[in-house]
Write a protein of this length. Structure first.
Lengths: 115, 110
């Protein structure tokens, strides 16, 4: 399977703990996006990378959120000092730029539950 | 007001019906229009994309964009129970982030 993969699929954590999620994009895609989806809503953009460069991070929800893509391949999203309001599905998508980066392909998501 | 509005449904139709799903938007700068299908607890799956105005057909699916009315549609012909899912419209100004609607939940009953 050459689609976008995410790990873990589910994460349950206690309030105040740090969590890290991983995304592996489609191999020839140089763009990688992170979105958050809460129940009954569409995905909400957080940040994106072109290769190693983080091109927009203004939508990261607070300074507790950070993302990296150190070698231009996989990416990690970290949430520090989790809060119950962080409970959501975190989705990763990848695309190819130039030309077709509006065609974003999503992974299965990581479902985070903060207790 | 949200940039993209979509009726959350649920929309319930019998098998074989033609389904019409719609979104409206407020920003005329949107140029790329996408439809995604999302099954419960799964990631969104890209169904169709359209640049600017016009129609696009792929099998049982037809996407329409009317930029003058700021209105997009997805039609599903000969709907099947396997089409039961949430359908998300998404739009983009350029080739960066997507702005999604809330999604319409569709149920196709046998």
């Amino acid at each position: 399977d050459t689609g976008v993969s995410q790990d873990p699929r589910h994460k349950i954590t206690k309030r105040g703990q740090n969590v890290t999620f991983r995304c592996d994009p489609i191999s020839e895609h140089n763009r990688l996006y992170w979105y958050r989806q809460t129940l009954g809503q569409g995905p909400e953009f957080l940040t994106y990378f072109q290769n190693e460069a983080q091109l927009e991070k203004s939508r990261l929800l607070s300074d507790r959120f950070s993302a990296e893509r150190p070698k231009g391949s996989f990416s990690t999203l970290e949430i520090q000092r989790t809060e119950q309001g962080d409970s959501a599905m975190y989705l990763c998508a990848s695309a190819r730029e130039p030309g077709t980066s509006y065609e974003q392909y999503f992974g299965p998501g990581t479902r985070l539950t903060v207790t | 007001q949200k940039e993209v509005e979509q009726d959350p449904g649920p929309l319930s139709v019998p098998e074989g019906a033609i389904v019409s799903l719609n979104c409206t938007y407020s920003n005329s700068a949107f140029q790329y229009f996408m439809w995604y299908r999302q099954y419960s607890r799964k990631g969104p799956e890209l169904l169709m994309y359209t640049y600017s105005s016009g129609n696009k057909e792929d099998g049982r699916f037809t996407a329409q964009v009317d930029k003058s009315s700021k209105y997009i549609s997805l039609f599903i012909r000969d709907s099947q129970p396997s089409d039961s899912a949430t359908y998300l419209c998404a739009m983009s100004y350029n080739t960066d982030k997507l702005i999604f609607g809330t999604g319409t939940r569709l149920q196709v009953f046998p």
